[in-house]
Design a protein around this ligand. Structure first.
Ligand SMILES: [Mn+2]
Length: 339
């Protein structure tokens, strides 16, 4: 816990004057969770649970915020009447923080936040208007590659599919163990997608070697990266309240190692991240605490990258910076498909 605890702020850290280095963006978005409720309460619960997380990070070898400015933004308060308007509101909310000088870390909320995050990141200076320059690293029990779920193309079960539709260059998945035939087919045929299935990485005898391949793949990444952590990618007992817990997932340390490997990759720059599907129940505070631990590791890993000179000064990048743009992408897309 921070020595001067501020309620409602991530890790209880006080706001500091001057430019923001990292912003925590609570997205209590819930529209399409298959079963189980509570992702709307997840971000606030995660922030409250972060009060119990140690601010010392051994890899960083400093106490957070490690002489940097970490800002917890007021939570997104969507009130749009339709799914399309809510997604547009998410895009508009995220956009001012995706200009390159700040590291945006979103706390969700359903995984359906990913396409609006991609929309907001598209004009990040490191991407130069083209999501084809971006790699998404996804921890998830599900592939999120469905064409639709319950008639909804922007369901949380379609988050990765819609991001690829928007032009995402590369998708690396780990922890996947619950998926449909159409998703298996897409994984097999689309060369942008590399999936490390949980049955392989968690295999009792060959799992260790497969896991090493995953870490090697991350260490060799180049260019801009977005890290998206669906907490249901972890072993279900660590995240009992998440919307769709699935047995057989990653251990906590595998999730931590994944975060460290992607941020430490010498030729890559992680430019944004989210931790999503955080939910609460009355039986155990473990789900939001696990999420707070992963979010804290993400914060520490970003600051370590800055300290070691791997966070290129994004403000110096030459791409077009679009700040605070109004998103109409999702309304436009859905009107098209309805006609
Ligand atoms: Mn997901």
């Amino acid at each position: 816990m921070s020595e001067t605890y501020v309620e409602g702020n991530f890790l209880g850290l006080p706001e500091s004057a001057g430019p923001v280095d990292l912003v925590v963006l609570p997205l209590p978005y819930e529209l399409t969770t298959s079963y189980g409720q509570g992702t709307a309460d997840g971000p606030a619960a995660c922030i409250a649970a972060s009060a119990q997380v140690e601010v010392f990070d051994a890899a960083l070898n400093e106490d957070l915020p490690a002489s940097h400015s970490i800002h917890t933004a007021p939570a997104w308060e969507g009130n749009g009447p339709t799914l399309a308007s809510q997604l547009d509101e998410l895009g508009s909310y995220l956009s001012p923080w995706c200009t390159g000088d700040v590291f945006p870390l979103a706390l969700g909320g359903e995984h359906g936040i990913l396409p609006p995050f991609m929309w907001a990141m598209r004009h990040h200076p490191a991407l130069d208007g083209d999501l084809g320059n971006l790699t998404v690293v996804q921890i998830d029990a599900h592939a999120d590659l469905r064409a639709e779920l319950d008639g909804e193309a922007y369901s949380h079960a379609c988050a990765a599919a819609r991001s690829l539709d928007m032009g995402l260059g590369r998708l690396l998945q780990v922890g996947v163990r619950a998926y449909a035939k159409e998703e298996a087919e897409w994984i097999r045929t689309d060369e942008r997608i590399t999936t490390f299935f949980a049955k392989d990485t968690q295999h009792p005898t060959t799992g260790v070697a497969t896991w090493e391949q995953w870490i090697d793949l991350l260490s060799g990444l180049t260019g801009p990266v977005h890290l998206t952590i669906d907490i249901d990618g972890l072993y279900a007992s660590l995240v009992p309240a998440t919307g769709t817990p699935v047995p057989g997932g990653l251990s906590f340390w595998q999730a931590i190692q994944t975060i460290e490997a992607v941020f430490d990759a010498p030729e890559a720059v992680v430019i944004s991240a989210d931790v999503n599907e955080i939910a609460t129940n009355d039986h155990s505070p473990l789900t939001e605490f696990t999420a707070a631990m992963l979010a804290t590791k993400t914060v520490a890993s970003h600051l370590k990258a800055r300290k070691e000179g791997r966070w290129k000064a994004m403000t110096d990048a030459q791409g077009p910076v679009r700040s605070g743009a109004q998103c109409t992408y999702f309304s436009t897309m859905m009107n098209k498909t309805e006609q």
